[in-house]
Ligand binder design. Structure first.
Ligand code: SAH
Ligand code: SF4
Ligand code: F3S
Length: 435
């Protein structure tokens, strides 16, 4: 039997897709090269904005003829949108056989086996047994892996569906995380990225805290690099800065979304910090770790956002020197607090603000990229570049993507001298010394 998985959404979804893939393989399933040759097509979906949900419905429309030709084909809608919509997925797309949210997708192999699925299944809610699985196949390349350290989120940002679709925060135990990281390292993984929607709150429910976890994970033999995502600015543990100083394995990169530069908007978003708090945090981080790269998310056109509010966001972006920014036009999401307010920034104005923010960041990003020219960096080699197969790509500890002349060996750590820069990637050539 063959499966085909398609995934959209964030790293948590990517990880969940890998976990299901591992579970299916253990049950004897093999990967199909496309939906055509598959016995089951499984879509991992995202609900954070409305566009990714519409994309799934249009994909389901494209899959219908396949199912008409092969009625035994099973189609699953998994992940966040499954949780948010439940049975409504099938009402709109009857072609779907299985709907299973983030707390239930690991039941899919069982549902698919032994023809157990006589009628469509809709599985939502959070079954404590399924919180985590240990699975060495959850890696994203031969030498890198994502490791989930917690599930859910309860920050309650007023615009966000994630707490609703991923459930409350539940931390995985220190032992469970270390066991998995040790197994990955034994298996050749050199870089792990620990994942949590607001990873700064890891351990709060089990009497632990992130700095201690990072110290232990960084000490796992065989690992070269450790990263973690996403840092909520209101949860930043000052002790973390000390950990960065203690070990080179902890990569100097933080994904720390600001969302807005206006205090009024931050408050309406229920983010729990002011623009000044964010700036002070950034200063203290850079005071302790001067080369720290920081990336951020922003929402433009939140209800009530005026020109003046938006200018404060631009001020923050101009000041902060972010490495990279992900910016989104606000969309009201069902059952969120912000959706009760009028979505009063007109679409063209949201578009203008998005453009202005991205243009500003592009200037900042390009300037920062050019500053890299002439420097020598060490990358962890990931594999051939998808754009130009004669070149390879790797990442620096700061999470800069560098291409260099191939071939190379996945997992090696060549030293590269930076010769050129484009908007998102750097170009390097090997220096003579390899560390
Ligand atoms: N846990 C992470 C991000 C989760 S969602 C954090 O706290 O930052 C990823 C990004 O989607 C968010 O950072 C936010 O910028 C954006 N986003 C979430 N809900 C949105 C909405 N209703 N409209 C537009 N963008 C949204
Ligand atoms: Fe959503 Fe806020 Fe949780 Fe991030 S921290 S997932 S934005 S509720
Ligand atoms: Fe991630 Fe989208 Fe779910 S951002 S947590 S896949 S709603």
């Amino acid at each position: 039997m063959r499966f085909f998985i398609e995934t959209i959404g964030c790293q948590m979804n990517q990880l969940d897709a890998r976990l299901l893939e591992g579970a299916l393989r253990r049950c004897g399933w093999e990967a199909a090269s496309g939906p055509d040759g598959a016995d089951a097509v499984l879509l991992f979906t995202c609900s954070v904005r409305s566009k990714p949900e519409e994309k799934v419905f249009s994909r389901l429309g494209q899959l219908r003829p396949l199912k008409d030709r092969n009625p035994a084909l099973r189609i699953g809608v998994l992940g966040c949108m499954a949780e948010r919509l439940g049975p409504a997925v099938r009402e709109r797309a009857p072609v779907v056989d299985i709907v299973a949210g983030p707390g239930n997708f690991l039941k899919v192999p069982e549902l698919l086996s032994t023809g157990a699925l006589h009628e469509p299944s809709v599985l939502c809610g959070f079954d404590e047994q399924l919180r985590f699985t240990r699975d060495v196949r959850s890696r994203r390349s031969a030498v890198q892996a994502f490791v989930s350290v917690m599930r859910g989120c309860q920050k309650g940002c007023s615009y966000c569906v994630v707490p609703g679709v991923r459930g409350p925060e539940r931390s995985r135990t220190l032992r469970g995380i270390l066991d998995e990281v040790e197994r990955l390292a034994d298996d050749g993984v050199r870089e792990v990225t620990l994942l949590g929607q607001s990873i700064g709150s890891w351990g709060r429910d089990i009497g632990e805290a992130l700095p201690a976890l990072l110290r232990r994970v960084c000490a796992v033999p065989g690992l070269l690099r450790v990263r973690f995502l996403t840092s909520h600015p209101a949860d930043f543990h000052p002790e973390l800065l000390r950990v960065f100083g203690e070990t080179e394995r902890l990569c100097p990169h933080l994904q720390m979304p600001a969302q807005s530069g206006s205090d009024r908007i931050l408050e309406a978003m229920n983010r729990g910090y002011s623009s000044g708090d964010y700036r002070r945090l950034l200063e203290s981080i850079r005071g302790a770790v001067p080369d720290m790269e920081i990336t951020s998310d922003f929402i433009v056109g939140f209800p009530g956002e005026t020109d003046a509010d938006f200018r404060e966001t631009l001020d923050l972006v101009g000041w902060a020197g972010f490495r990279n920014v992900f910016a989104f036009k606000y969309v009201p999401r069902p059952k969120t607090k912000a959706a009760q307010r009028s979505d009063d920034v007109p679409p063209h104005e949201k578009q203008n603000r998005l453009r202005a923010l991205l243009d500003l960041q592009k200037d900042v990003g390009e300037r920062r990229n050019r500053e890299m020219i002439g420097r020598v960096v060490t990358v962890l080699s990931e594999g051939p570049s998808p754009r130009d197969r004669t070149r390879w790509t790797g990442r620096t500890p700061h999470n800069h993507i560098v291409t260099f002349e191939g071939p190379d060996r996945c997992g090696s750590t060549p030293q590269l001298s930076i010769r050129g820069a484009t908007a998102l990637t750097l170009e390097g050539t090997r220096t003579h010394h390899e560390p």
